[in-house]
Write a protein that binds this ligand. Structure first.
Ligand code: FMN
Length: 389
């Protein structure tokens, strides 16, 4: 087997080892996938300033996100159905993150439950919440996150209804997989995945099944899930959730300056500039392009994080140098998980860490806090071109 040295290598292994419907579920965006594509290609527009003859010894990528120490400011993003990419996926990813010293964020729509992840880890993780119509569910899950000692609530604001991903519809995506002929043919080549899944009991949405009256099997769950995201979510509800939670709050899915100002006024501990990895509003700005204007508007009032399109340590450095205090990776760690389970997530983190560290050095920097726009060469129209006039 050739050496794995890039996130792209992990992606290729992920594609070969995981059933196509779950690989496609991860590696896709909504409609034409323009925003999904530009999340990565817009990083390429920004260039790095090479500096020489600068003492690069004693470097560190260590930093803080919302006051919590991190080995590098790169958290694992909430990713629904992670436990379908690899058996016990959320537990394995949380363990890898814990060992590496970066935050793990558990999705509401995870396969392993909050309690299960808490039982298999020793340090607090973050919990991501979707606002749901079912207010009892929201109240209860916040209580469960508190009981599990989660150290931040990440409230996702950009999914009141679902963006459409053609691949998922065409593949007939279901959790668990339906034994149709095309699926069985695909599964015949995915023996590692099958053997992992055969050995685990975690094959349903762990935070939901058994916690909602009347939800006991897949068909009742599907009906509940399709009707459950709250289309009426508004800033008052954000306030209510903030009060209910009472701990560190991160508002995720902000892409517009006006919304960023509102989010800052809410008194959140951080906001995440994000378009859900290009899975919601296709045609929206890439996160890296939306970031500078948001930083200019609220960067001095609230910690600004970003995600979307990060596939390397160079990408992380670009986001930090623009002014983000933290970043998240979604697909980059999912590729590692699908490829090799826990060691694969560790590998993804190692790759990004090494790239970040070396890139810092070659830019003449030794500390995350010293990174700034002076490290970048940005095209003149990068910030202004697509901004609202
Ligand atoms: C397969 C998949 C599932 C996701 N599920 C969730 C989710 O349950 N909750 C959420 O807030 N974001 C979810 N996201 C968005 C990620 O948290 C993150 O914003 C995105 O993956 C960042 O882009 P990247 O994958 O290019 O790093 C999901 C993303 C992917 C790829």
């Amino acid at each position: 087997m050739p050496a794995v040295t890039t996130i792209q290598d992990l992606k290729e292994m992920h594609r070969r080892r995981v059933p196509r419907m779950f690989y496609d579920y991860a590696e896709s965006g909504s409609w034409t996938e323009q925003t999904f594509r530009e999340n990565t290609t817009d990083f390429e527009q920004i260039r790095l300033r090479q500096r020489v003859a600068v003492d690069m010894t004693g470097r560190s990528t260590a930093s803080q996100m919302i006051g919590q120490d991190v080995a590098m400011p790169v958290a694992l993003a909430p990713v629904g159905s992670t436990g379908m990419q690899h058996a016990d996926g959320e537990i394995l990813a949380a363990k890898a993150a814990e060992k590496f010293g970066v935050p793990f964020t558990l999705s509401t729509m995870s396969i392993c439950s909050i309690e299960d992840v808490a039982a298999h880890t020793t340090k607090p993780f973050w919990f991501q919440l979707y606002a749901m119509r079912d207010k009892t569910f929201v109240k209860n899950i916040i209580e469960r996150a508190k009981a599990a000692k989660c150290s931040a609530l990440v409230l996702t604001l950009d999914l009141q209804i679902l963006g459409q991903r053609h691949k998922d519809i065409k593949n007939g995506l279901t959790v668990p997989i339906k034994p149709t002929l095309p699926n069985l043919i695909d599964l015949a080549t995915k023996w590692r995945w099958i053997s992992g899944m055969a050995q685990t009991k975690r094959r349903q949405f762990g935070n939901i099944v058994g916690h909602i009256d009347g939800i006991s099997d897949m068909s009742s769950l599907s009906v509940w899930a399709s009707e459950s995201f709250d289309p009426q979510l508004n800033w008052d509800e954000v306030k209510t959730i903030k009060k209910m939670w009472g701990g560190p709050l991160i508002l995720k899915g902000v892409l517009d300056v006006e919304d960023a100002r509102m989010a800052a006024r809410m008194g959140a501990d951080a906001i995440v500039v994000s378009n859900h990895g290009g899975r919601q509003l296709d045609g929206a700005l890439s996160s890296i392009r939306a970031l500078p204007a948001i930083l200019d508007a609220i960067g001095d009032k609230v910690e600004v994080h970003m995600d979307g399109g990060i596939r390397s340590g160079q990408d992380v450095l670009k986001a930090l140098a623009l002014g983000a205090k933290g970043t998240y990776i979604g697909r980059a760690f999912i590729h590692g998980l699908g490829a090799m389970g826990q060691p694969g997530v560790t590998k993804a983190l190692e790759i990004i860490h090494k790239e970040l560290d070396t890139t810092m050095a070659l830019c003449g920097e030794t500390k995350v806090a010293d990174l700034g726009r002076h490290n970048l060469l940005i095209p003149e129209d990068f910030e202004g071109r697509w901004q609202k006039t």
